[in-house]
Write a protein that binds this ligand. Sequence first.
Ligand SMILES: [Zn+2]
Length: 173
Amino acid sequence: MASIGHIAVGMALGRAYSPDPKVARRAAVALTLVSLWPDVDAVGFALGVGYGESLGHRGATHSLLVALAVGLAGYVVAERRGLPAMRTAVFVAVVAMSHALLDTMTYGGGLGCALFWPLSDARFWSPVRFIPIAPIGMRLLSARGLWVMARELVIFLPFWAYALWPRRKPASA
Ligand SMILES: [Zn+2]
């Protein structure tokens, strides 16, 4: 994936988080970062970490159990800021899990996701795979990279529409 889908999910759930546009905007930024965070493991390529290792790409950070832990961190942060802690935890965990699950729906190379790390290093694929894998790094700016991005834009159109649809103005009394 070219991350466009992950961004769409983060933005859509940010909007769903709160009816207050100001809160929803902040939630959209925060949840988009949560949605993208598992791919920090891509620095492993530069550091010489093997793709198939626990800390390799789509390893530990793409685990559903780690996503739950991230949700827990969301709970703590929300509680400190006076936000609804349980609601925040659920949104954060769902967005973090969506990243790994969407990655398992890609095709075109690479490895699946270590969904159950640290219990298992096994990599998993979804039985349904319809999202083309993105070329890594600057190669994203190739013809194939642009095709992947365009396709992701289309696949995630419902998320974009929901995230960006103008809100109805509150009736002025
Ligand atoms: Zn990923």
